[in-house]
Design a binder for this molecule. Sequence first.
Ligand code: SF4
Length: 97
Amino acid sequence: MDRRSFLRTSGLIGIAAASTFFGRSLKAFAETCDKIKPTPQMVTMLGYVTASKTKGQNCLNCVQFQGDKKSTTGKCPIFQGCEVSSKGWCKSWSKKA
Ligand code: SF4
């Protein structure tokens, strides 16, 4: 992970942590954890979409994605371990090595 990606990811994790502490939105988010809907505040802040519009970038090739290569969904620590679509994307995307 390069410095820029690290700083971006760290900042977003900080925002997520602040949301966890202050917001009730994560409770609602947890209730939709199985299939993320782009309505909770955290999802909105991170710009998560279920179908990536950024060429060459999707959850499947993101370092945070916890699923095998053939998975259609996988857990993402940025989203509290909730499942995200392998075709999804968010602002925390970082290339898997
Ligand atoms: S950090 Fe974002 S792009 Fe990466 S797996 Fe999680 S939701 Fe997908």
